[in-house]
Design a protein around this ligand. Structure first.
Ligand code: NAD
Length: 424
């Protein structure tokens, strides 16, 4: 019996399915497992009636998808965006299932969202949407069933509204259901730095794998937001030299090395958190895109998707690309990169964020909180272990790290389904 492959008119879901089938075929995965893992376990659609500030009633559409719970509770963010659909949630939940699996944490994959435009909503309207949405998905969420987190246009405040609503409905505090909460309300120290620090750890390990030391290595960081700043700061702490950084205001290049702490203070104090106006001796201001083509050991794209593509990949001079952003190198970019460039893929390199969420959940379940040093030490150890798992698998099977990561991730979920059996 041949597998009937699912397709979707939603590009994101269709791509996620195609990638899964390709990896599954390459791995020789059992047909039954392919059938199981190409479908979400559970999809919930809810309507969210809300009284708007002007007294009218509007009904918003909301979704929560649990793609897999084979390894543990479904894990993944909730976004507020006008384009949110059930198919998009399913695609993102599928990617979360592989990401959590690869990260070696006891989570499945989930995702959710509300189709709304936060730019057109008052804070009070956002609170009413958040609370009604939380109440409608209440039967699904729980510390041992489904653990949502922030995503596009949601953050600590929304997580607190969700937590408070579920806690009131159940008449007991439920802090471990939502991660990404503020430190003052059952959040975790270290989460802000986690993704960037994890990217830097992958830089250190890939250099080690190539027989190089991170001390004295040179790096370029595109994007100086949450991921880029903490990646740059951690690299400098490790002894690397950051030659160039960039944000929407352009590129900032210094052959002697950017004073990353000074640049970090500059963006922290800038009213829009930008590098605009940043100065240091020997600094050259260049076009933002041009920093991608500078000579350096490592390039960390930490801004947007698709920045290295079929048109510009051949211009890259760095020997290692460690993807901090989601999807910065397109499939065409991968194919057009000079043959000696090694890419550490996004869902390995930027998984520090989800590992950090897992640490928050662990602390909430214990009701006992770690110091930032304990958190960092555990994070960096796990990230390094994950890097080597993928590195070794890729070498053993003679595939790229991107393909290897995908195969390692699918295998862990498939093994769990096989051991647990197919009933429910
Ligand atoms: P952010 O908004 O804090 O920072 C983005 C940075 O990129 C800003 O400095 C912005 O000015 C810069 N930027 C935007 N367009 C640019 C361009 N054309 N050239 C140069 N710089 C540009 O976002 P973030 O949280 O740091 O996320 C960055 C990427 O990492 C996204 O792809 C996100 O999905 C991914 N990611 C983030 C996390 C996390 O925990 N924050 C986790 C996993 C993946």
């Amino acid at each position: 019996m041949a597998v009937t492959k699912r397709t979707s008119s939603n590009v994101l879901l269709d791509t996620a399915l195609k990638n899964f089938y390709a990896a599954a075929e390459e791995m020789g995965l059992d047909e039954g497992l392919i059938e199981i893992l190409s479908r979400a376990e559970r999809k919930l659609c809810v309507s969210i009636p809300v009284t708007m500030d002007d007294g009218t009633v509007k009904v918003f559409e909301g979704y929560r998808v649990q793609y897999s719970t084979a390894l543990g509770p479904a894990k993944g963010g909730i976004r507020f965006h006008p384009d949110v659909t059930l198919e998009e949630c399913e695609a993102l939940a599928c990617l979360m299932a592989w990401k959590c699996s690869l990260a070696g944490i006891p989570y499945g994959g989930g995702k959710g969202g509300v189709a709304c435009n936060p730019l057109e909503l008052s804070t009070a309207e956002k609170e009413r949407i958040s609370r009604t949405f939380a109440a409608r998905i209440e039967p699904l969420v729980g510390a041992w069933t489904d653990v949502p987190a922030p995503d596009v246009n949601t953050g600590g405040q929304e997580m607190v509204w969700f937590m408070d609503t579920i806690s009131k409905m159940r008449n007991r505090l439920e802090p471990a259901i939502f991660t990404g909460k503020p430190v003052s309300l059952w959040g975790s120290k270290g989460r802000t730095e986690a993704t960037g620090a994890g990217v830097a750890t992958c830089v250190r390990e890939v250099l080690k794998a190539a027989g190089r030391d991170v001390k004295g290595a040179t790096a370029i960081i595109q994007g100086f937001g949450n991921v880029g700043t903490y990646c740059a700061l951690t690299l400098v702490d490790m002894g690397a030299k950051v030659l160039a950084i960039s944000d929407i205001t352009g590129g900032y290049y210094c052959p002697d090395g950017i004073d990353v702490k000074k640049a970090f203070d500059h963006v922290t104090n800038h009213p829009k958190h930008l590098l605009e106006g940043y100065e240091q001796p020997g600094l050259q201001k260049i076009a933002g895109e041009d920093i991608l083509y500078l000579e350096a050991d490592v390039l960390c794209p930490c801004a947007l998707e698709g920045v290295i593509n079929g048109d510009n990949a051949h211009k890259i001079k760095a020997k290692f690309i460690v993807e901090g952003a989601n999807g910065p190198v397109t499939p065409e970019g991968d194919a057009a990169l000079p043959k000696d460039v090694l890419v550490v893929p996004d869902f390995l390199a930027n998984s520090g964020g989800v590992v950090g969420s897992y640490f928050e959940w662990v602390q909430d379940l214990m009701g006992f909180f770690w110091t930032k040093e304990e958190y960092n030490q555990r994070l960096l150890t796990l990230m390094a272990d994950n890097f080597w798992r993928v590195w070794n698998y890729s070498k053993e099977h003679n595939v790229s790290m991107r393909k290897g990561a995908f195969m390692v991730a699918i295998k862990r979920v498939a093994d769990a389904v096989k051991m647990r059996g197919v009933f429910l």
